[in-house]
Structures are given as structure tokens and as C-alpha cells.
Design a protein around this ligand. Structure first.
Ligand SMILES: [Zn+2]
Length: 230
């Protein structure tokens, strides 16, 4: 009883706010108010084996299936949500989006052939600074809905090698001074990997990750993102 009073008082002075519009949330609302949630532009494809994402990667990397949850625009609500997730410590947005797309995947029987779920890795320095990979909670919910394990610390983001020619140094500079590295090619050989990321823009990151994953013999790759930039 006493605790409830304290909680109610706390709520009066520090009300929980919608992370998108800053309006006060009702007791049963989490992350976003009902209005904002309703306004989020859902893009989910009913067909994961023939859609805009697969066409985007056509001729770049071989993909089995691909899908996304939301449309990401410059001034839109998705951008606000992803920004809160990545730069404002609101890690639970990953759970919110993971539950949402997890239910859609389950209903539509998509990605059922996947063996492992893999996150686009963060560089260790960035991970230390942020305190979390913004994809971890999202990946955990996908793992729950697809009933497939999340494999972390197998695909890594590392600094590019220090011994290099001047020409390589220029290339390295353009390449963000880091690259992806697959620690164990045997574990992923003959396996189907679901690679996940937050925003799909040009696809350069997912392409670089996939090229590294393709070092595992006979690997299959599918892609799932929280959002697709338009
Ligand atoms: Zn709102």
C-alpha cells in the first residue's frame, strides 16, 4: 500500500513520457503512446522472398529472405525512435520493436529455416561508450519468437590492420578505419544466418558483414532490419 502511494507520487512528479511525442503515457502504455504507435509507418512485407530489400541487394550478395518493420524517413517518427534507442539510452525500444516484428514473423511463418541469429557488431570502443549494442534486445526477442539461438561475438568489428601501404591507408580511411571479421567459419558452415541491423540505408554495412559471413562454406544469409530508409 505504502509503495503504491510512493509510486503514484513519483508518477505525478516524474511522469513517464512517450519517447516520440513527449506526451504523458497512460499506465498501460510503454515506450510510445497509442497515437504515436498507430502513426508509426509499418512497412513489413508479407512476402520475405520477393520484395524491395532483396532487389536492393540483387547482384551484390546472395540472400534467401529479407524483411523490415518500419519505414524510416528524415523527419519521421521512426527516426525519433531509433535515435532514442541508439543515442539516449532507451535500450528497451529494442524489446518493443522485437516483440512487434516477432509476432508478425510468427503469424506469417517467415525465417523458419534460419539456424542462427547474428547482430551487426559494434566496434568495442563504441560498445563501451554506449554501454550496449542497440540490437541485442531486438535480437533476443527474435530469438524467442523464431526459437533460434542468438550467436554473439562470432562476427566482430575490428580495427583494420596497422601494417599497410600508403594506398591501403587511403582505402582504410574511406572504409571507416574498421572492418568485420568472422572468428569461426566452421560454426556457420552449412548454416542459415539471419543478420539483423537497425536502419537499412544503402546496405553497405550489411553487404560488408555478409561478405565476411560468406567465408563460411555453404552459408545461407537472410536479412532483417528494424527499418528501411526511403
Ligand atoms: Zn506519443
Amino acid at each position: 500500500m505504502k509503495i503504491q502511494i510512493i509510486e503514484d507520487l513519483f508518477q505525478i512528479f516524474f511522469p513517464k513520457l512517450c519517447l516520440i511525442c513527449d506526451d504523458q503515457l497512460y499506465e498501460n502504455e510503454i515506450i510510445a503512446c497509442l497515437i504515436c504507435r498507430h502513426d508509426l509507418p509499418v512497412l513489413f512485407y508479407n512476402d520475405a522472398s520477393d520484395n524491395e530489400i532483396l532487389r536492393k541487394f540483387n547482384g551484390r550478395i546472395p540472400l534467401e529472405e529479407a524483411n523490415t518493420l518500419l519505414s524510416f524517413t528524415k523527419e519521421g517518427k521512426t527516426k525519433k525512435l531509433i535515435h532514442e534507442l541508439k543515442y539516449n539510452g532507451n535500450e528497451n525500444i529494442g524489446t518493443f520493436l522485437g516483440n512487434w516484428i516477432g509476432e508478425l514473423l510468427f503469424e506469417n511463418k517467415q525465417f523458419t529455416e534460419v539456424d542462427f541469429i547474428v547482430l551487426v557488431p559494434l566496434h568495442p570502443k563504441k560498445l563501451k561508450k554506449r554501454g550496449y549494442n542497440q540490437l541485442t534486445k531486438f535480437g533476443e526477442r527474435l530469438s524467442f519468437y523464431l526459437k533460434k539461438p542468438l550467436k554473439q561475438n562470432i562476427l566482430l568489428k575490428i580495427d583494420a590492420t596497422k601494417t599497410q601501404t600508403l594506398k591501403q591507408r587511403f582505402e582504410r580511411f574511406e572504409n571507416n578505419e574498421s572492418k568485420f571479421s568472422l572468428l569461426n567459419t566452421t560454426l556457420f558452415s552449412n548454416k542459415h544466418i539471419l543478420l539483423i541491423d537497425d536502419v537499412l540505408t544503402t546496405g553497405a554495412t550489411l553487404e560488408a558483414c555478409s561478405k565476411e559471413l560468406l567465408k563460411a562454406p555453404n552459408i545461407k544469409i537472410s536479412i532483417l532490419t528494424m527499418s528501411l530508409a526511403s
